[in-house]
Design a protein around this ligand. Structure first.
Ligand code: GLN
Length: 385
């Protein structure tokens, strides 16, 4: 096909293809163990598969309601109450989405306009800033503290202006595996006390928090819950990232605006999957137990690389582990990640791409949502480098 013969410019001139696609493709090309893009390589519970198939066979194959299947919204409401002690009205405060990324994109589209500032923390998940820029908003970057990747609240205070419309929180944090604590919650309450700043909280790894810690949700704090849209993901919790199903909860007025955009963005999400998830989630142990499973995997991976020259950064949540390779090479992380994939057949994600100002931590992100055997094979290779 000959190219379009006119100049088109670009709404995102600095953006290429997302690093997750780039590294997964490279992993495939070199037949590498793919610990780059975050997705589980182990089977989905057959019961969940049977339920989807049951609902497909029963004829649940047409558009579900715009905001999502009611039985699923009711189950989500029950989960929010059990997990965070707060009631969300299934009718007006919960919307099912086509995954977390769509939820974030839609929330930003619905709430951010020309010149609005959105504070986000780097290294930041890569879909945030482009969504803000596409609607004429201004991403305001605050770098997480080096070392433990905690939030530098002094810095946050410095960048809050009368144009600050939103703070984007992500805990457990992708890519670092850091989680927020009660001090962060207190700071957030203080900073939003006398203004109308909205919080967009990406909590898709809510159930994957380790070492006996508890996930702190915006939902659990009334002063924050009433200004927060919170994003969750079934893909992360039930190892079905390819089903692209998630949801958003928030107070009625924020949700009302969210739905105005959602209805014209995707209209609704996959019907049989929603019915299946509603039935599957009626048993809370099916989602409350995943942290244990992932902690085991994290520990298998950690012990498999413990004798290597990689230095571990603590992973407190998510299914990602950061490894510092500065004892091995001074190469920039993008180069090192490519070499590791091509020459050693282990693919990972370079962290520098998630910063606004170029920062070179010499750190790579490895996904441990994999079969133990995969983790052991990767560990063996990494230990020889
Ligand atoms: N959330 C996944 C990760 O962090 C990537 C999802 C995607 O490829 N868009 O690896």
């Amino acid at each position: 096909m000959p190219e379009y013969p006119h100049s088109i410019g670009s709404k995102l001139p600095k953006i290429g293809t997302t690093i997750f696609t780039v590294m997964s493709k490279l992993a495939q090309k070199h037949n590498a163990i793919n610990l780059s893009q975050g997705f589980p390589d182990f089977p989905v519970d057959p019961l969940l598969i049977d339920l989807v198939s049951k609902y497909m066979r029963q004829g649940y194959n047409q558009y579900p309601p715009m905001a999502g299947v009611m039985s699923l919204r009711e189950t989500i409401s029950g989960k929010m109450e059990k997990a965070y002690g707060v009631q969300y009205d299934p009718d007006s405060e919960i919307t099912v989405t086509a995954g977390g990324t769509q939820a974030i994109f839609t929330a930003i589209n619905a709430l951010i306009g020309e010149g609005d500032e959105v504070i986000l923390f780097t290294p930041a998940y890569d879909c945030y800033a482009p969504a803000i820029e596409l609607v004429g908003g201004k991403p305001v970057y605050v770098q997480l503290k080096s070392g433990d990747y905690s939030i530098d609240w002094k810095q946050v205070k410095k960048v809050v202006t009368r144009h600050t419309k939103m703070i984007l929180i992500n805990s457990p944090q992708n890519p670092t595996g850091a989680v927020i604590g009660t001090k962060d919650i207190q700071e957030l309450i203080k900073i939003t006390k006398d203004n109308d700043i909205i919080i967009l909280s990406d909590e898709v790894y809510e159930h994957i928090v380790f070492d006996g810690e508890r996930h702190l949700s915006m939902a659990g704090y009334p002063e924050l819950a009433n200004r927060s849209l919170i994003v969750y993901s079934f893909g992360k919790t039930f190892h079905v990232t390819g089903w692209k199903t998630g949801y958003v909860v928030g107070p009625k007025n924020l949700m009302h605006e969210f739905r105005k955009v959602h209805q014209f963005n995707v209209f609704t999400a996959n019907a049989p999957i929603q019915y299946a998830l509603a039935e599957y989630m009626s048993e809370p142990s099916r989602y409350m137990g995943v942290a244990e499973m992932y902690q085991r995997k994290r520990d298998v991976f950690l012990s498999a690389v413990s004798a290597s020259r990689f230095k571990l950064k603590p992973s407190k949540g998510t299914y990602f582990q950061l490894l510092d390779y500065s004892a091995i090479s001074e190469e920039e992380d993008q180069d090192f990640a490519v070499r590791l994939t091509a020459d050693f057949q282990v693919a990972s994600i370079p962290i520098s791409v998630f910063y606004h100002n170029p920062v070179q931590d010499h750190v790579l992100r490895f996904c441990f949502a994999k079969e133990e055997d995969t983790l052991l094979r990767a560990g063996e290779i990494l230990s020889k480098i």
